[in-house]
Ligand binder design. Structure first.
Ligand SMILES: C[S@@+](CC[C@H](N)C(=O)[O-])C[C@H]1O[C@@H](n2cnc3c(N)ncnc32)[C@H](O)[C@@H]1O
Ligand code: SF4
Length: 362
């Protein structure tokens, strides 16, 4: 049922949780182990000892006690954790809905795909970097990974699992985006491109050398976006921000992220440690009173206000984590955000004057 506001009860629940900073989402990087070697990967293992499985169970208990509904298991490659299935089952037993981020490689094995389906996840998000082995494997650096990932996707689809494909756009696959979209369509999967390559979590800027060039970004956000996304307009806010929200994003507000060492961060991108989950009695106290989380929530409001002053303000997707790592401060402007906002504005201008989104021809 939808009330006079035009919003359904679920949307209103999300908006209320966002406004009151009630964490409905959590993400755990189970391990930094991985069977791929993506050179753009933002993970920055420190060499510290990762949580043991009993410690992860303790973390899950604390996460569920604070009322988290949606748990994302990621990494590294979460399936490279030796106890992945026991951990995922425990999360389900605690009543949390599961989302899994994976490169899909190990799901090529039918018995693994079957076990994933048995978890009844709301979604599995799989990274696809190219429409052909040469392109995909130029990024994963693992020969044979394209075929395995595609087989993994097919296995899950045959078992009725909802699969979303994700493609970070880099210089190495930017010429392949239409073919990647066509491949996703043929697999029956929704595809999300990510046109922002971020620095590593420790601030190392090496991944940026792979970012797509500005000319590509201008075309991607303006002329090509709607064609690539089946008529959908480019986003004008962060995916984790609530509609018309005061804050630019849900960092430390709609959820939080744990790294494999148990450190709690406001989100996957903003790596400011709030506490370690193994050293606290309950999440509630940390969530309400951690100076880091309180400050980040306030910064997200300041960021929204700052963007509202910008000439392209309504067209920004702005990540405080990328800003902090790339240019030093969470409210500082980073070049990709400006290029993207200008191009998104152009997309909306093109629509107003009747321009379309012509398909790339060369
Ligand atoms: C760190 S991975 C973990 C899950 C899994 N191993 C995978 O690759 O899908 C999570 C997502 O971040 C993307 N990613 C990794 N490094 C990135 C970067 N520097 N910038 C943007 N996206 C990145 C990956 O492609 C993947 O979609
Ligand atoms: S598969 Fe995921 S975790 Fe592994 S290197 Fe690639 S992006 Fe990083």
């Amino acid at each position: 049922m939808t009330e006079a506001t035009g919003k359904n009860p679920y949307t209103r629940l999300l908006e209320k949780a966002f406004a009151e900073a009630i964490p409905l989402n959590a993400q755990i990087e189970l391990t930094y182990r991985c069977n791929h070697l993506c050179s753009f990967c933002y993970n920055s293992p420190t060499g510290a000892k990762e949580m043991t499985t009993p410690q992860i169970f303790e973390a899950l208990r604390k996460i569920s006690e604070i009322g988290v509904l949606y748990l994302t298991l990621t990494g590294g490659e979460p399936l490279c954790h030796k106890d992945f299935f026991a951990i995922a089952q425990e999360a389900r037993r605690l009543g949390m809905a599961l989302r899994i981020y994976s490169n899909g490689y190990l799901m090529a094995e039918p018995s693994v795909a079957r076990k994933i389906a048995d978890l009844n996840p709301i979604e599995v998000e799989i990274s696809l970097h190219g429409s052909r082995p040469e392109v995909h494997e130029a990024l994963t650096k693992i020969k044979g990974s394209f075929e395995k990932t595609i087989r993994g996707i097919r296995n899950l689809r045959e078992l009725g699992v909802k699969v979303e494909l994700k493609c970070p756009i880099t210089r190495l696959n930017q010429a392949d985006v239409f073919e990647i979209r066509d491949l996703a369509d043929s697999l029956g999967c929704h595809l999300v491109f990510d046109a922002v390559i971020t620095p590593k979590d420790d601030g190392n800027l090496d991944p940026l050398s792979l970012r797509p060039d500005d000319e590509f970004l201008r075309k991607y956000w303006a002329e090509w976006y709607m064609d690539l996304h089946h008529g959908t307009l480019p986003p004008r806010s962060n995916h984790c921000a609530s509609d018309a929200a005061e804050a630019v994003c849900g960092s430390g507000r709609s959820g939080f992220t744990l790294d494999p060492y148990g450190n709690i961060f406001p989100c996957v991108a903003l790596r400011r440690k709030a506490a370690n989950i193994l050293e606290i009695d309950s999440m509630e106290e940390v969530w309400r009173r951690s100076p880091v989380l309180v400050e980040v929530r306030d910064l997200a409001v300041q960021a929204r206000r700052k963007l509202d002053q910008h000439e392209n303000g309504p067209y920004f997707t702005f990540c405080m984590g990328v800003a902090e790592k790339q240019v030093g401060g969470p409210l500082d402007m980073y070049p990709q955000a400006e290029v993207n906002a200008r191009a998104v504005r152009r997309a909306y201008d093109l629509i107003q004057v009747g321009g379309g989104s012509p398909r790339k021809t060369s």
